[in-house]
Design a protein around this ligand. Structure first.
Ligand SMILES: [Zn+2]
Length: 76
């Protein structure tokens, strides 16, 4: 059986915002823009037959600053 190309995204690690159950969102610490993207690396979990992602929650790429910035989590 070959692995399905359909990737099941499972975020095993809760984001810092999810720990207390209140909705929050990540923003750039520098310009407060929410147009930020996270770096992640994926590795194949042969047992679960799906990708596992390691996400760097502390650092983001801010599309407004056009560079890497620290991330801040604020209430939505
Ligand atoms: Zn920014």
């Amino acid at each position: 059986m070959s692995p399905s190309l359909q990737v099941a995204v499972s975020l095993e690690e809760p984001s810092p915002a999810e720990e207390d159950g209140r909705p929050e969102k990540p923003v750039c610490e520098h310009c407060r823009s929410s147009a930020v993207t996270f770096d992640a690396s994926a590795c194949w979990d042969a047992k679960e037959q799906q990708f596992e992602y390691d996400i760097l929650f502390d650092e983001v790429y801010c599309q407004h600053c056009e560079g890497k910035q620290r991330v801040d989590w604020i209430p939505v």
